[in-house]
Design a protein around this ligand. Structure first.
Ligand code: R5P
Length: 291
C-alpha cells in the first residue's frame, strides 16, 4: 500500500502512512502560469493499492479538482485500487435546493468522486437530509467518527464534576450527547434557528446548574463561527466559569477563530481533519486502523 499526502493534508497523510506501515508516496502539484494544475506522480503506482489523503478545506474547489485529477492519473498508471481518504468532505451541507434554481452540489461532488476512486473514507461527514453516504456514493464507503478521540481529550482536560457539555443545535447531539454519555458528563442540546449563512439564533432549551461551571460546546463543524459565538454568548450570560469550543472540522473561515476568541471562548480545539492552528486531537490512528 502506498499513502500519498496531498496539498491540504501533508502532515496528516505522512502520519497515516507511518501508522499504517505503508510506503509514503510523493507527487508534485504546481500551477502553470495560467493557473491550471500541473500534477506529477513521483512514485510508481502500477499494481499497488494507493491511498490519497486530501481534506477538502481550505479551497474546496481546488482541492477537489486536484484530488480528482490525481486519482484519475493514479488509475491510468495502473494502480490496483485507489482509496480517497477525505477527512473533511466538503459540499455535504448543500443537500437541498433551499432556493429555486440552486445547485444541489453534494450530488455533483459525489458524482466526481464516484467516477474517480474505488473507495471513500471520511470522518464525520455532515449527514442531515442525506442520512447515509450510500445515498450519494456507490463506491465502497467507510465513515468513521472522531467521538472517541474527542471524548478522550475532554476526559483528560476536564472533570465531570464541574463541566457541562453542550450541543449548539439538534444535529450536534450525535457528537455532544453521545460524547457526554460516553464519559458520564451532564449535557444539554440547544435549539438553533438559521436565517442565513452568517446569521443564527440560539435558544437554551434545558437549564442546567450553570454557575461556576466549565462548559464545553461540541459541534461537527465551525465554519463562519456564528453558531458557536451565539452559543458562547448565551452561556456567558449564565455566569459560567469558562466556555470551551471543540469541533471535528475547523473550517474557521473569515477570521472566525479570532472572532470566536473575542466573543469569550476560552479555548478552541479541533481534530486535524482540516489543518488549523486549533488542531489538538489527532485522527491519524483511527484513520490508519481502517485502511
Ligand atoms: C450545521 O448544521 C453544522 O452542524 C454547524 O453547526 C455549522 O456548519 C456551523 O456553521 P457556522 O460556524 O457558520 O455557524
Amino acid at each position: 500500500m502506498i499513502v500519498i499526502p496531498m496539498s491540504n493534508s501533508i502532515k496528516l497523510g505522512k502520519s497515516i502512512a507511518k501508522k499504517s506501515k505503508a510506503k509514503l508516496g510523493k507527487l508534485t502539484s504546481n500551477l502553470f502560469p495560467d493557473g491550471e494544475f500541473h500534477i506529477r506522480l513521483l512514485t510508481k503506482v502500477k499494481g499497488k493499492e494507493v491511498v490519497l489523503v486530501q481534506s477538502l478545506s481550505p479551497n474546496p474547489n481546488d482541492s477537489l479538482l486536484e484530488l480528482i485529477f490525481t486519482a484519475k492519473t493514479v488509475k491510468e498508471l495502473g494502480a490496483k485500487k485507489v482509496t480517497a481518504v477525505i477527512p473533511y468532505l466538503a459540499y455535504m451541507r448543500q443537500d437541498k435546493r433551499f432556493k429555486s434554481g440552486e445547485c444541489v452540489s453534494n450530488q455533483y461532488m459525489a458524482w466526481l468522486i464516484n467516477e474517480s476512486v474505488d473507495r471513500l473514507l471520511t470522518v464525520d461527514p455532515h449527514l442531515h437530509r442525506v442520512h447515509d453516504l450510500s445515498e450519494l456514493f456507490h463506491i465502497e464507503q467507510t465513515k468513521i467518527t472522531a467521538n472517541t478521540a474527542i471524548a478522550k481529550y475532554i476526559n483528560k482536560k476536564f472533570s465531570n464534576k464541574n463541566t457541562l457539555i453542550i450541543g449548539p443545535d439538534i444535529e450536534s447531539s450525535q457528537w455532544a450527547k453521545k460524547i457526554a454519555n460516553q464519559i458520564g458528563f451532564e449535557s444539554s442540546i440547544f435549539l438553533k434557528q438559521r436565517f442565513s449563512s452568517r446569521h443564527v439564533k440560539i435558544k437554551v432549551t434545558k437549564e442546567l446548574d450553570w454557575k461556576g461551571k466549565n462548559v464545553v460546546i461540541i459541534d461537527d463543524i465551525i465554519s463562519s463561527g456564528h453558531t458557536m459565538m451565539e452559543a458562547v454568548k448565551s452561556l456567558l450570560k449564565k455566569k459560567v466559569k469558562a466556555v470551551h469550543c471543540i469541533c471535528v472540522h475547523a473550517i474557521l473561515s473569515e477570521g472566525a477563530y479570532e472572532k470566536l476568541k473575542k466573543s469569550g471562548a476560552k479555548t478552541i480545539v479541533s481534530c486535524n481533519s482540516i489543518t488549523h492552528k486549533s488542531n489538538k486531537i489527532d485522527l491519524a490512528t483511527i484513520i490508519a486502523r481502517e485502511l
